[in-house]
Write a new protein. Structure first.
Length: 296
């Protein structure tokens, strides 16, 4: 197997793990307040990142005031906002629908770049944005009682908010004055996520004694150590071996993983409309993938 194929395989495995966070968020969200779950996730993951930095002999870089502000925005959006909104949204929308919506991330990031950074979309990117929007519309079509449809619509809106937070994270990272090593950036995002979520978690918990059911606790541990830490290692090991275009296409496994795992682990039924929505989102991801010099 060539190095490029190994890289694409590693990136695909990373995205399968990221897709599983949608399913585990459903398990966590039923039992644990979202800010508390976010704080616990980062508290469990941060020591692992610090140990990795120690064994690799890596150090946290010095940053100026502007970059420090951008890092804070990244942590607030990508580490806290994404997790909190995803947990809340999955509970209402269902893991399968939420997984499809998370697949719109490349198109949403491209849309934000057009709106806020003045980038020109081009035909491919315009089609990607339109297809992603169509995929979201498809999964929100009425299919049952009005109350359930309204709940699903609210859940999809929350998941879209999570995707928007992740898009802000991506764009803020591009605005840093200089690139930051992946391990150092992940460690800073984890530390920032813990600092920003611990106070809201404490306020939400109140004076009542903390009790977390075993499935939810195991879900938080899994979220912290498998998709967060192992997913990071797989993604950056893979992206170092393959092109940007191939790595971007590997993200197509995220919604596929989320939808299939929701059926296998949560016994959620998958409708023809959801398959159609997934197809629209996957095609949007392919169109939004970088090409040529951009991929390099």
């Amino acid at each position: 197997m060539s190095e490029a194929m190994k890289g694409q395989l590693l990136c695909s495995l990373a995205m399968v793990l990221v897709g599983s966070t949608v399913v585990v968020s459903r398990i966590i969200g039923v039992e644990v307040e979202p800010f508390l779950a976010t704080a616990m996730r980062h508290a469990l993951a941060l020591p692992v990142f610090l140990l990795l930095m120690h064994f690799k002999g890596a150090r946290l870089p010095r940053v100026g005031t502007r970059d420090a502000a951008l890092l804070l925005v990244q942590a607030a959006a990508g580490s806290v906002g994404y997790t909190v909104l995803l947990i809340q949204g999955v509970v209402l929308a269902g893991a399968a629908n939420a997984g499809i919506v998370t697949g719109t991330l490349p198109a949403v990031a491209a849309l934000f770049a057009v709106l806020f950074l003045g980038e020109r979309p081009g035909v491919r990117l315009g089609l990607a944005i339109a297809l992603a929007a169509l995929g979201v519309v498809v999964v929100t079509l009425p299919s049952g009682a009005p109350a359930l449809d309204a709940q699903r619509l609210k859940g999809v809106a929350l998941v879209l908010g999570a995707v928007a937070c992740e898009a802000v994270f991506i764009l803020a990272n591009k605005r840093l004055s200089r690139p930051m090593p992946a391990l150092a950036l992940s460690t800073l995002m984890c530390a920032g996520g813990l600092l920003l979520s611990v106070v809201p978690a404490w306020l939400a918990a109140g004076p009542a004694p903390l009790t977390v059911a075993t499935p939810a606790l195991l879900g938080i541990v899994y979220y912290a150590w498998v998709p967060t830490v192992l997913g990071f290692l797989l993604w950056y090991a893979g992206s170092a071996r393959t092109s940007g275009a191939r790595a971007s296409l590997a993200t197509a496994w995220l919604p596929v993983s989320a939808m299939l795992l929701s059926a296998l682990c949560l016994a959620e039924p998958i409708s023809a409309w959801q398959w159609l929505g997934l197809g629209c989102v996957l095609l949007a991801m392919v169109l939004a993938a970088p090409r040529g010099r951009t991929a390099a």
